[in-house]
Design a protein around this ligand. Sequence first.
Ligand code: SAM
Length: 261
Amino acid sequence: MISAPVGAPRSGEASIGPVGSAQYDGLADAYDAFVQTGSAYYAVVANALGRLLGAGDGRCLDLGCGGGHLLDVTLGLGWSVVGVDASADQLRVARRRHPAGDFVHANAAALPFPDDSFDAAYSAFTHTDFDDFAGAVAEVRRVLRPEARFVYVGNHPCFVGATQEHVATGLPRLHPGYRRAGRWRAAGAPGATPGGWRELLGSFVHLPLGPFLAAFAGLTLLAAEELDDGFEYPKTIALALAKPRAPESEVGTGSESRSRS
Ligand SMILES: C[S@@+](CC[C@H](N)C(=O)[O-])C[C@H]1O[C@@H](n2cnc3c(N)ncnc32)[C@H](O)[C@@H]1O
């Protein structure tokens, strides 16, 4: 059913420009508590990440690592994980959880790492936060070595977003504005649950399915799952992708000769 909430702004009035990249500063402990509260849900997420990434002993990037709770999974799989986040406060929580961890304060869309320097990468619940998700995935592609895997787990763009209102039945109620990609004020978004995390954050990014999928262009799709997360319509999508093998002409020419895709 498509319906408009009484008094809701038109979609054009609800979207705003990028925010400073440290939006979570001052909120990291609250976010950590929020993640703990949803432990059954995050167990499904952790399971998908573990299955799709698999075990390995190489260098693995956690992009937008937040408080680092998914490192519990990936360190357990044997990876040497480097967590990156734009929020110093989130990294404080991540270091508290993993005192020996390797954490870097950086913008996901401008990573301070050389080409081909990671053996795997993953990112969780970031396309609804990064102002330039496509730029961040392009950076993942650049820093992964050829044939390395990238796993993304996040909110399902069709059923969780600015205009998809969560209702107790698990059937999202749809509102106008789905096609408007970008950052939305929580106060103008029917998809932000009153009193919920998005409202606390103040704003969040909505990507319709098309731009969400297009962000992964240039990577090879290995698997796509709408997770069995307990909701009638899946709230969570998980993708496993791989960086394509380098063309023969590039093999042995050195990373400096490869383009930043
Ligand atoms: C919803 S949290 C997800 C954290 C973690 N991946 C998890 O699953 O709990 C989104 C994270 O993205 C980070 N973030 C937002 N914009 C960023 C950017 N441009 N570069 C790096 N991190 C960013 C935020 O600071 C926040 O920690």
